[in-house]
Design a protein around this ligand. Structure first.
Ligand code: LRH
Ligand code: MN
Ligand code: MN
Length: 387
């Protein structure tokens, strides 16, 4: 049996990147609900992200979305974040909210529109130089709604060419991560629908091009941990967008819908060498908080990831290997489940306290006065959000 004190040192450097858009108002296509204290500026989103880090010690980076978070001086924004104790992380491009991109962006048949989309990514790379970000994350909303509408093959060829131009502009320390999603907003076909397509493109680009796995972007029943294992085996898992889903791309709190799936994913991450100080994998959240409070929602999220990481680290791998090799199906499964069923909450609370963090970050936040302060300070402002 592996014990908590044996695995505790491995929790030390765990870092989860939070998305700036989680702090803005969001909703569904039916309604975006406002909430008091919502940030009005990029700086206020960063201040909220820094607050999540202050109470949990788990979230040292905040990821930005361009143009949602565009400012005149990204160098100054970086210094602002650093003064608050966090850094600026992944830069997400956005080719899904411009009229020109109705029929495609990097895949468009019109060279002018393709170039416009490429230029947007080059602008993102310029931003990355100022923010000190390592990763450019590309998620493409492109695809078609009707069979025959577009040339599936031609779109792949144009996509490969556009990605090549973008990749060649990256700095030596920078990476490109290509996110896939099986449907939406296109309904018949999506140009990067699955990990295989993303892998094919990033493998052709080069070493610093990797796959981004958003947990909400799969068909129901997909074995996501298998994809994790395969991508790590191929050296091509670049990052996660964590969230949870019941039906489609729900963007709910990670670990809320299916904690056991999160455990299984994290087990494969650890097994495949994707966890720890030398890991090439970025652990990001990609979530929206439509009806719940946003900062507590993010605190809950990073704690869920930490909790399932601790449980996954508790798997007695020697005993598991022995049972697997002996073909002992039930013992192997029992060893796996034993770790999953271990309640680590009290151990984690004590461990946090020993490192000068609140034992119970959620309670500490709720009694800190921060929420009351932002609700008073930010009253009446135009609310920044993703919708
Ligand atoms: C697309 C997506 C992608 C976007 C984010 C806001 O569904 O997962 O990562 O950048 O949502
Ligand atoms: Mn995503
Ligand atoms: Mn998504």
């Amino acid at each position: 049996m592996t014990t908590f004190s044996e695995i505790a040192p491995q929790l030390e450097g765990q870092a989860i990147e939070v998305p700036s858009w989680a702090y803005g108002n969001s909703g569904t296509r039916f309604r975006v609900f406002g909430s008091p204290g919502t940030p009005r500026t990029v700086q206020e989103k960063i201040a909220d992200a820094a607050t999540v880090h202050r109470f949990t010690g788990l979230a040292p980076l905040v990821s930005l979305h361009i143009p949602w978070d565009r400012v005149d001086d990204f160098g100054a924004l970086r210094r602002y974040a650093e003064d608050l104790g966090i850094g600026l992380g992944t830069i997400n491009s956005n080719t899904f909210q411009d009229e020109d991109y109705k029929l495609g962006a990097l895949t468009h048949t019109d060279a002018r529109i393709r170039q416009k989309a490429i230029d947007h990514h080059l602008e993102c790379i310029d931003v990355m130089h100022e923010t000190g970000s390592r990763d450019l994350k590309i998620w493409l909303a492109e695809g078609t709604n009707y069979p025959g509408q577009g040339d599936l093959r031609g779109r792949q060829d144009r996509l490969a060419e556009s990605l090549r131009t973008i990749y060649d502009r990256l700095g030596h320390e920078q990476r490109l991560v290509l996110e896939y999603k099986f449907f939406e907003p296109a309904f018949y076909h999506t140009d990067v629908p699955d990990w295989g397509t993303s892998y094919a493109h990033v493998a052709a680009l080069g070493e610093r091009a990797l796959v981004c796995l958003d947990t909400g972007h799969h068909a129901p029943g997909t074995n996501i941990e298998f994809i994790v294992a395969q991508l790590l085996r191929l050296g091509k898992l670049g990052s996660f967008d964590f969230n949870s889903r019941f039906y489609a791309d729900d963007d709910l709190i990670v670990g809320a819908a299916d904690p056991y799936q999160l455990f299984r994913i994290l087990y494969e991450v650890i097994r495949g060498g994707g966890f720890g100080p030398d890991s090439p994998v970025a652990f990001m959240l990609d979530q929206c908080h439509n009806i719940e409070a946003k900062i507590p929602g993010q605190i809950r999220s990073v704690l869920n990831v930490q909790e399932m990481t601790a449980r996954a680290l508790l798997v007695d791998t020697d005993a598991l290997r022995a049972a697997q090799d002996a073909g002992d199906v039930l013992t192997a499964n029992e060893i796996f489940m034993d770790a999953f069923y271990t309640d680590v909450r009290a151990d984690l609370a004590a461990w946090r306290e020993s490192r000068g963090l609140p034992a119970r970050p959620m309670q500490a936040y709720l009694s800190s006065g921060y929420q009351q302060q932002i609700e008073a300070d930010r009253a009446g402002g135009t609310q920044a959000g993703w919708n």
